[in-house]
Structures are given as C-alpha cells and as structure tokens.
Design a protein around this ligand. Structure first.
Ligand code: FVH
Length: 291
C-alpha cells in the first residue's frame, strides 16, 4: 500500500483523495474545515489533526488548495516536515508562483512537483483527466504509479513553472472558446432562438474552424504569415465591426468581442492586412506591459 497525504479537500482535492482510496492507497487527509474529510474517512482515509501531521504521515504529499496564498497559509508551518519528502502541488497559479513555491520546498530539503489539472473533479481517476507535471524528474518517476492513478500524468519539464504555463495556456484556449460561444448564444437569443436549437450549428462551425489550427501553428513556427493566405486579416477587420454593431442593435453587450476587433485593427495598422489571422500571435507577443 502506497502512503499518500492529501492536503485540501475542496471539490478537486476530495476527488483526488477518492481516486487514491479507490486504488487502495493508504491516504491521510487534512482540510482547514475538518468536516470535508468525513466522507473520505468513511471510505478509509486517515484524518490528520494538522497540515504538518499530514505531511509527516507520508513520503508523498499532494496539496490542492484554492490559491498559492492559501497553500502558504496551509503549509507554512509544515516546512521543516517536508525534508526528504515529495510535495506535489496541484493548486492553480502562475509559473513564477510555482517556481517560488518549489524553491521554498527545496529550501526545506523536499522534492517539488508542480501540477496543472486539465480536468474537472468527476473526471479524476480516468484516462481522460490530463494532469501536467513539472519540477523534479526523479520525484515524478518515483511517484509515477500513484500519479497515473489520478489521470493521465504527463511530465513537461524540470522548470517547476512549466506545468503552470501549459495549464494557463490551455485555459486561455478554453475561455476563448467559451467567450465566443457565450456571445454567439446571446446574439441568436436576442431573436428568441433557443440555445439548444442553435448549438448543433455552432458546434459544426467550430469543428470546421478548428481544423485550421495546425496550419496556424505552422505559420507561427515559421513566422511566415503572408504565404497562401485564404482569408486575409484586412478582410476580416472590415467585417468584424458588423458583429459589434449588430450586437449593440440587438441589445447584447459587446464586452466579450470588442478586444478582438481592436487587436485586428492594430495589426492591420502595423502592416498585417494581407497576412493570415495567425499573425496576431506575433502582434501580441513580447508585450511585457503587465510584467
Ligand atoms: N474544480 C475544478 O473544476 C478545477 C479543475 C482544475 C483545477 N482547479 C484548481 O484546483 C484547485 C482547488 O480547486 P477546488 O475545486 O478544490 O476548489 P474549492 O472546492 O473551492 O476548494 C478550495 C480548497 O482550498 C482550501 N482553502 C481555501 N483557503 C484556505 C486557507 N486560507 N487555508 C487553508 N485552506 C484553504 C479550502 O478549504 P476549506 O474552505 O474547505 O476550509 C478547500 O480545501 C484550485 O487552485 C483550482 O483553480 C479546480
């Protein structure tokens, strides 16, 4: 029986602990609000009285908390207990937060793996749950069987921040998709078209458009955005204001779609009018205003 401790029993931490119990691991759990451990304890999990006790109970410790700030709240007093142990932190955060946390764990003599969970709680324990890991390769290899029991574990590099970079990039893709779908559904909804009736049309359209992504990737990697262009950015920038104007006329807020129009105009002004829309990757890159 592999011993594993799980710290943080929100929706995701509880699913992770449940998957470990289902695969016959000896699981110790801790949560700030202790009642969230009740159902796991009924399935055989051991309760720790503190996060530090949970760390001391196993060589492999998985933390899944709301933010890095809350991870520090939970684990701050357990630093010395991490010596000789592996901490796997599945809390969502930035690459820099992951690196700083990894340094803190290493400073206490522990191994660190950061993770990005590309799944929702009901998917945990199934192969469809992709979980990305970065940091100590030795720790990943050592813990691989346990980590694979929670989903498809993929190691993406020894920079502790790499998993967070992929995680946030994939979430960007998801939110872009959701933003488009939300606006589209509101726009047809302004004429009382039911979302359920519209969805098959939207899905077919999005599936067709997604086939363009590999080609876009090729253009980004070669930096050649002007070759064999089918639908130029200039043409699209001329049509895009119709989407904004019609939305306003239909009483639909344009806050989700306006930024794309502004970016297209900026790119055309910068000389990308005859380029493919993939050139927007170049236009927004190397912009460190937020840094
Ligand atoms: N749930 C999801 O769909 C997504 C899937 C992808 C990954 N995310 C990230 O996973 C982290 C945890 O998410 P969660 O769904 O488990 O979140 P909650 O159910 O809200 O549970 C939050 C846990 O954090 C504990 N907590 C909050 N503040 C503190 C604190 N100051 N000290 C100690 N623990 C704290 C909280 O404890 P309690 O409120 O029950 O006492 C929960 O255990 C997250 O990064 C997602 O972005 C989930």
């Amino acid at each position: 029986m592999n011993k594993v401790s799980v710290i943080g029993l929100g929706a995701m931490g509880s699913a992770l602990a449940g998957a470990l119990l289902a695969r016959r691991h000896k699981v110790t759990v801790w949560n700030r609000s202790p009642q969230k451990a009740d159902s796991l304890a009924a399935k055989g999990a051991l309760r720790a009285q503190s996060a530090r006790d949970a760390v001391l109970a196993s060589d492999l410790v998985i933390a899944c908390l709301l933010t890095y700030e809350t991870a520090r709240d939970a684990l701050g007093a357990a630093g010395d207990a991490l010596s000789g142990r592996t901490l796997v932190n599945l809390t969502n955060g930035t690459p820099q937060q992951a690196r700083d946390f990894g340094d803190w764990v290493s400073g206490h003599g522990g191994d660190y793996l950061d993770g990005g969970i590309m799944a929702i709680p009901p998917m945990i324990g199934q192969a469809s749950a992709m979980i990305l890991y970065s940091g100590s390769h030795a720790a990943f290899d050592r813990s691989s069987t346990t980590l694979q029991s929670q989903g498809t574990a993929q190691y993406v590099g020894d920079d502790a921040g790499r998993a967070a970079l992929y995680d946030l990039s994939l979430l960007s893709g998801m939110y872009g998709l959701f933003a488009g779908a939300i606006h589209a559904t509101a726009l047809v909804g302004s004429e009382k078209i039911a979302a359920r009736d519209f969805m098959p049309m939207l899905l077919a359209w999005l599936e067709a458009m997604m086939t363009a992504l590999p080609e876009m990737a090729g253009q980004v990697d070669t930096g050649d955005f002007f070759k064999d262009v089918v639908s130029s950015l200039g043409m699209q920038a001329k049509a895009y204001p119709n989407l904004i104007e019609a939305s306003r006329a239909q009483g639909v807020s344009t806050e989700l779609v306006e930024p794309m129009g502004a970016l297209m105009n900026r790119a055309v002004a910068a000389g990308y009018g005859d380029a493919d829309i993939a050139s927007l990757v170049q236009v927004i890159s190397h912009d460190k205003r937020g840094a």
